[in-house]
Design a protein around this ligand. Sequence first.
Ligand SMILES: Cc1ncc(C[n+]2csc(CCOP(=O)(O)OP(=O)(O)O)c2C)c(N)n1
Ligand SMILES: [Mg+2]
Length: 345
Amino acid sequence: MPAKASPLAEKVPAPDREEVLALYRRMLLLRRFEEAAGRVYTEGRIGGFCHLYIGQEAIAVGVHAALDPARDFLVNGYRDHGHALAWGTEPERVMAELYGRASGVTKGKGGSMHMFDAARHNYGGYGIVGGQVPLAVGLAFAQRYRQADGVVVCLFGEAAVNNGSFHESLNMAALWKLPCIFLCENNRYGMGTAIERSSAVTEVWQRGSASAVRGELVDGMDVLAMRDAVARAAAECRPRDGRPVLLEARTYRFRGHSMADPATYRTREEVEQQKKRDPLNVLAEHARAAGLELPRGDLEALEAEVAKRVQAALEAADQAPDPAPEAIWQDVYASPADPALHREI
Ligand SMILES: Cc1ncc(C[n+]2csc(CCOP(=O)(O)OP(=O)(O)O)c2C)c(N)n1
Ligand SMILES: [Mg+2]
């Protein structure tokens, strides 16, 4: 069996103070941004679908800490606000996209599910479950074909791994030795369906074994474990003869699937139990254990700094113009003359 387990309590290198602060600040930004998005959604300022990332922040921030957005690539599903922020897109542009404004990261035409920032190597943002997985293989193929050394990280939920496209993609990536990290954010539920009710094999990290893709289980609530696992996977698949890796990050979403969720498929006790492993607290615990406890004053300063950043994003989105009516005809089809089409990826 090529897949190899790693225990959830993987030992990670001790962080230094600067790193703890940077990771905490980033996770806090994702958390407070999403709380604000949820709030203004209920006020009717955001329309359409909206899938919040609250509870899963350690994954996005750990991925970013291990990779280099200037050289590496990201492809995602629809629970994508947190990854866009972690990967460096300005909160103003993410919030404006949620509001459907012209200053949004996809000019207000994509909305919540389609955060896409090609300049930062973020290739979206897709609403079709599992649809992004073959796209990641294409991007990874381009890296090999052009003899570039970028790694592609492909994110998807545990409900995506029963799609044919997932298995076809892993086969091709393994066959062609592509630099791709397939990263499953296993939050246990696909809408209201628990993984045990939809998957014959619930150990997602083992699901690459048919294509000899090494699998690894990671604690998705622990940003340091995520950073470590993604860094190792990148080192494994980046070299010319490197092979793809499948990571399963066990996580939990603290909010509903989207903004309308009857929450009848799980108990309140289960949610409360999971919240005890809030990724912000898990990092604070690590810091304490390493003698790097964040003083209350520092935490309050971080809260104030992040609150200001989120407030500025809300105000900018509120004031930004809607897309012009004629913009509906723009960016629908690409022109062969469009230099963006010929961008080196
Ligand atoms: C091909 C396809 N089938 C069904 C849907 C409807 N749908 C939207 S989200 C979702 C659940 C996906 O769950 P998971 O992959 O675990 O991601 P999570 O929402 O938990 O992040 C489903 C079935 C879809 N968007 N695309
Ligand atoms: Mg899920």
